[in-house]
Ligand binder design. Sequence first.
Ligand SMILES: NC(=O)C1=CN([C@@H]2O[C@H](COP(=O)(O)OP(=O)(O)OC[C@H]3O[C@@H](n4cnc5c(N)ncnc54)[C@H](OP(=O)(O)O)[C@@H]3O)[C@@H](O)[C@H]2O)C=CC1
Ligand SMILES: O=C(O)[C@@H]1CCC=N1
Length: 284
Amino acid sequence: MAGLPRRYALRNDDGMIHLPGPFWMIGCGNMAGAMLEGWLAAGLDPDRVTVIRPSGTPAPGGVRTLTALPADETPAIAMLGVKPQKLDDVAPSLAPALAPETILVSILAGVETASLRARFAAPRTIVRAMPNTPVALRKGATGLFSDSAHPAAREAVGALMTALGHAEWVEDEDLLHVVGALCGSGPAFVFRFIDAIAAAGAALGLPPEQAARLALATVDGAGSLAGSSPETPHELAVRVTSPGGMTAKGLDILDDDAALADLVRRTLEAAVDRSREMGAAARR
Ligand SMILES: NC(=O)C1=CN([C@@H]2O[C@H](COP(=O)(O)OP(=O)(O)OC[C@H]3O[C@@H](n4cnc5c(N)ncnc54)[C@H](OP(=O)(O)O)[C@@H]3O)[C@@H](O)[C@H]2O)C=CC1
Ligand SMILES: O=C(O)[C@@H]1CCC=N1
């Protein structure tokens, strides 16, 4: 972080996260709440964070939770964590509370930078982030995009997101629709796969609870192995597949006519299409 303005410094030598000033989280539901859990686990000072949510449901970690924006401070970072459809409920009161140096981070699926800039005129830097719920365990995958971030702001937001797991920038905003489908929605698709192999095991005779336990442990172990091995998932699959053995017969079904690849491609396409629709709705 050498050479960064001090107000952007997010980490010190002990690896703790220090925010440059007040951090507002506008909405703290499934996704933003998971991010907050991950940041708190990473050592974020809860006193720097304010959650604003209409229910007033207390945020984790003793983080200050309000039902309206604080009147007495300007946020260094403000993160939009509401549903895309709620953007216009939030923008009129939030926009005047932001300063040019506020970094505005949006996790709204599909909603483009231009739509955010049309509603939030002040912040020089707007960053779009597309995270996923495993950030709660600091094992997330997050795509980032900004058309405007000063290198220091880019590094600051990158550091914040890297504290939640894997994070990388995309240079073309349109690709955030794909990142949303792959990373943002991806855990739901994987959870369905866990259920599917559990259901298949049960259909073939295992007690359902036992099938569910074995399916979960298998996907957990396979994911960890894939994440820690220098080998590609394809190479790891080869290691499982004994010539003339049982795995090859199963893979023949998944690979026949690219059945699994085609199913997953159509799955992501459907999610991307919806992301584009939500983006178009926010343009109006
Ligand atoms: N869920 C996911 O896995 C992912 C979600 N996203 C994006 O994250 C965003 C949030 O999704 P998700 O967390 O699932 O949704 P949730 O419904 O779980 O959370 C929405 C949050 O918005 C708050 N909220 C609603 N209205 C207002 C308002 N007027 N002012 C302030 N806060 C408000 C709610 O408050 P309260 O708690 O009081 O009800 C709640 O905390 C979406 O834009 C989505 O596209 C992106 C990637 C993955
Ligand atoms: O389903 C959604 O729209 C949000 C964005 C990605 C994951 N959940």
